[in-house]
Design a protein around this ligand. Structure first.
Ligand SMILES: Nc1ncnc2c1ncn2[C@@H]1O[C@H](COP(=O)(O)OP(=O)(O)OP(=O)(O)O)[C@@H](O)[C@H]1O
Ligand SMILES: [Mg+2]
Length: 233
């Protein structure tokens, strides 16, 4: 029987800044099963990044709960969240968040080093991951010189290299051409099958919808629609 890897119950998020409050999520209920590839879709400003960040423990919800692998992440201290995320979650940021002073492979190697890999092992695994995304020959370069699509692939490599149980990707193909987008999705699908990994992918990109097991549409901070794709062979 499949298990629930992520359970969001009645999650509400209110952003507060002086003089302004904005309700970005209004009682969202979403569960993600072990080994499922779930896509979150919806218009700009719908709350997709907010929800993904709550699942990762990067943001705290205002109300409700989010259990990840059975753990109430919001109840953890900042340090516990960082350790938990490092151990269980690969996160691919919408804006990449690469470290400009590190080369491409050094950026990718960070999760491996956190997990105690030697520098040599981290380097060879990072380069291998970059090769699988078509960037093997750019591994020694600094990402500041890269195009958006190249930076995006470095960021995806960093999110997957340590084979986390959960991969959360925010718009992973938004800067990619058809061939590279397809390649990224095939890689994520392969990782899903090989590692029984659970993936949540935020996307606007209809070219990749067929890779999903299930698609949830969010609009205006609420779940509007849910569609299960036919079982893929
Ligand atoms: N730090 C913040 N402070 C105030 N409002 C915020 C903050 N972050 C996001 N918001 C607002 O919350 C809403 C949801 O933002 P979010 O980034 O989750 O949307 P999204 O669905 O990921 O959009 P996009 O597709 O453009 O990335 C938006 O209206 C946004 O303006
Ligand atoms: Mg977003």
């Amino acid at each position: 029987m499949s298990q629930e890897t992520i359970v969001c119950k009645q999650v509400k998020k209110i952003y507060k800044s002086p003089g302004v409050t904005f309700e970005a999520l209004k009682e969202v209920n979403v569960s993600v099963q072990e080994n499922e590839l779930l896509m979150l879709v919806g218009p700009s400003g719908a709350g997709k990044t907010t929800l993904l960040s709550i699942m990762a423990g990067i943001l705290s919800q205002t109300e409700g709960e989010c259990l990840v692998l059975g753990n109430p992440v919001h109840a953890m201290s900042q340090e516990e969240k960082t350790v938990f995320r490092g151990k269980n979650i690969g996160f691919v940021f919408q804006s990449f968040n690469l470290i400009p002073s590190l080369t491409a492979w050094e950026n990718v190697s960070i999760p491996l080093l956190i997990h105690g890999a030697s520098k040599q092992e981290a380097k060879s695994r990072s380069i291998e991951m970059l090769q699988s995304l078509g960037l093997g020959d750019r591994a020694e370069e600094y990402p500041t010189r890269f195009s958006g699509g190249q930076m995006q692939r470095v960021s995806i490599a960093r999110g997957c290299v340590h084979r986390p149980k959960i991969i959360l990707c925010d718009e992973p193909t938004s800067f990619l051409d058809h061939e590279n987008g397809e390649n990224v999705m095939q890689l994520l699908k392969k990782i899903q099958e090989k590692d029984r990994c659970t993936q949540v992918i935020v996307t606007h990109d209809p070219r990749i919808f067929d890779f999903a097991d299930r698609i949830i549409e969010i609009n205006d901070g609420v779940v509007k629609n849910e569609k299960r794709n036919q079982q893929q062979t």
